[in-house]
Ligand binder design. Sequence first.
Ligand code: GLN
Length: 192
Amino acid sequence: MAVIGVLAFQGDFARHAEAVSRVGAEALLVRRPEELDAIDGLIIPGGESTTIGMLMDRFGLMEAVHARLAEGMALFGTCAGAILMARDIENSTQPRLGVLPMTVRRNAYGRQIESFEASIRVDGVASEPFDVTAVFIRAPLITAAAPEVTVLAAFESSPVVVQHGRLLAATFHPELTENFAIHRHFVAMAVT
Ligand code: GLN
């Protein structure tokens, strides 16, 4: 059975762990570098990317995640997690993993619409494209992505789910709805 770690510093890690269990994998909450040894994939949940990044730095997880990625571990970042995966964050020098060749703009949908839902079509994840309700909470915008990054879903012409090899990122919160197809896709990525 695939073992998927969920970084449990902040955010809705419990819902991600539940989603992982619902798609038939084992979920492990991760707070320390050595806990990465046992997992096939890691999820970084939404929350506040500056806080999560600072804590990852402090607890030695930036280096440890990089080392495990080099060994083939898969990584899935949602919202703040996607920000932490981005190589470039507009107007920010905050700590990040910086592994995905893309640029993000934090809180891009403005203060007035801090949270909203939209139906998006996801392609390349299941046998057929499907629609899912995406919950955006102070979400980032992916303003640029390298050509080798595959766009699996877009909203208003901007990518909202992207994949590059064993790296997966979503700008919304896929753990908040009952459709766990994106989690299922990530588990499959982690064991192939
Ligand atoms: N705005 C947050 C940040 O910049 C992300 C919000 C979220 O993860 N829901 O980190």
